[in-house]
Design a protein around this ligand. Structure first.
Ligand SMILES: Cc1cc2nc3c(=O)[nH]c(=O)nc-3n(C[C@H](O)[C@H](O)[C@H](O)COP(=O)(O)OP(=O)(O)OC[C@H]3O[C@@H](n4cnc5c(N)ncnc54)[C@H](O)[C@@H]3O)c2cc1C
Length: 400
């Protein structure tokens, strides 16, 4: 089966590894010009994401990508009082894994390296622009006019998926959440935090974690109107940081200490999620990861869901079914879980956006809301990608 994976991000590269292990020979087309050409800040991989990597022999990827483990969250109100916690001390016993903080570029590069080492073929600088369907399969057309003939196309091309737009022109577009995220890392004179520290500040939500005197931080800037796609392309770092410090000027001391030390944000990213799609597949095309179910980063689940998708889809394709049967099996297994987490993310995001109002009602109900959130997070973490023991996963597997 000739399989084209469009997008060599988290879902695409994990899928490429899993397909190779299933004895298939995918071609990955990635718009970026090289394995290392990626910006962005950092992300947290949840225990379920780490377990999904382990399921295909990639359990060492987080440490190879210089990630460090974190367990649990402390949630504070604007006065610095801890109002809820997600205790992580027992994560290892409960879930078999802890969460991991990773620099995005290193995770992408390591996954790509593993996929290439497993024999997956990559074309960098290959931006898909068209899909032409015909009796013998699909012709994929790229921006440089190159074409590829394939039997199946997997859209792993992220939230603004071209595969989705070409296949379902009327599908709902991503929904702006009312938040612009920014962040980075900076040297600080603060002790290590074993848990992530979160603050519902007076005017914006702030989070950080410290490891070896390096604080990884982010803030969610409420912004009602949707920014232009290019608005933050050339960020004036000095102006932007002044604005961020002003936003948090009345917030507790640790927040001000981290922002006082930070001299730049690595970028500013308007946050979106994706309304539920009627379907994720046709007989020859299937979506995975953010292309299918982009979830607000507030859940800390987007990357983990993308990895889970990749493992599950590779299993269905590796069982030797026609693409349509494999895609239907994959979607039946994944859609409910992913869309439930998207809805959960929307609820958290709405709470964060309301930070701007600093309203009393929010503070009064926050503790209850966060305890509900902690329960949902425990369910998300406990998920294990179902594997069939007889399925020949492993680098030695072969399939025609
Ligand atoms: C600010 C921010 C913070 C986040 N924090 C977290 C977090 O802490 N934890 C977490 O789990 N998730 C987090 N997420 C979400 C997470 O990043 C995504 O869910 C995850 O990256 C999805 O992986 P993906 O492979 O589906 O898409 P992506 O990682 O976006 O990869 C898509 C790939 O497709 C390529 N591509 C796009 N269009 C084309 C085309 N036409 N042709 C060829 N290639 C193409 C892109 O270059 C890219 O490499 C965050 C997201 C944001 C924006």
């Amino acid at each position: 089966m000739r399989i084209l994976v469009v997008g060599g991000g988290i879902a695409g590269s994990t899928l490429a590894v899993a397909l190779r292990h299933a004895g298939l020979d995918p071609l990955v087309a990635e718009a970026r010009h090289s394995r290392d050409a990626l910006g962005g800040a950092f992300l947290t991989l949840a225990p379920n994401g780490v377990n999904a990597l382990r399921a295909i022999g990639l359990g060492d990827v987080p440490s190879a990508a210089d990630g460090f483990e974190v367990s649990g969250l402390d949630m504070h109100n604007a006065r610095g009082r801890r109002i809820a916690e997600l205790a992580g001390e027992h994560d290892l016993d409960r879930y078999g894994a802890r969460g991991v903080v990773l620099r995005r570029a290193r995770l992408h590069a390591e996954l790509t390296r593993r996929a290439q080492a497993a024999g997956a073929r990559y074309r960098f600088g290959a931006r898909l622009v068209d899909l032409r369907h015909h009796a013998a399969g699909v012709t994929a057309v790229f921006a440089d006019d190159e074409t590829v003939e394939v039997d199946a196309v997997i859209g792993a091309d992220g939230i603004w998926s071209t595969v989705r737009r070409l296949t379902w022109p009327d599908a709902p577009r991503p929904r702006y959440t009312g938040i612009v995220d920014c962040g980075g890392w900076t040297t600080v004179d603060l002790p290590d935090t074993s848990r992530q520290q979160m603050y519902f500040g007076h005017r914006a939500f702030f989070g950080y974690v410290v490891r070896d005197s390096l604080a990884y931080w982010f803030t969610n800037v409420p912004r009602r109107d949707e920014p232009e796609r290019t608005e933050f392309d050339n960020l004036d770092h000095q102006d932007w940081m002044t604005r961020i410090r002003e936003l948090h000027a009345e917030d507790p001391a640790p927040v001000r200490a981290v922002l006082g030390a930070a001299n730049r944000s690595l970028g500013a990213w308007p946050l979106y999620d994706l309304p539920d799609l009627p379907t994720w597949h046709t007989s020859t095309v299937c979506l995975v990861g953010d292309a299918a179910h982009a979830v607000s980063p507030s859940t800390g689940q987007g990357a983990s869901l993308a990895i889970e998708d990749a493992v599950v889809l590779a299993r269905h394709l590796g069982e030797g079914h026609r693409p349509e049967t494999a895609f239907a099996g994959f979607v039946a297994e994944r859609k409910t879980r992913a869309e439930k987490i998207v809805r959960f993310g929307r609820q958290i995001g709405d709470r964060k956006a309301s930070s701007a109002a600093g309203n009393l009602f929010r503070d009064l109900t926050l503790g209850f809301f966060l305890r509900m959130g902690a329960k949902a997070a425990r369910e998300q973490y406990a998920y294990r990608v179902p594997q069939r023991p007889e399925f020949p996963y492993g680098p030695g597997a072969t399939r025609a």
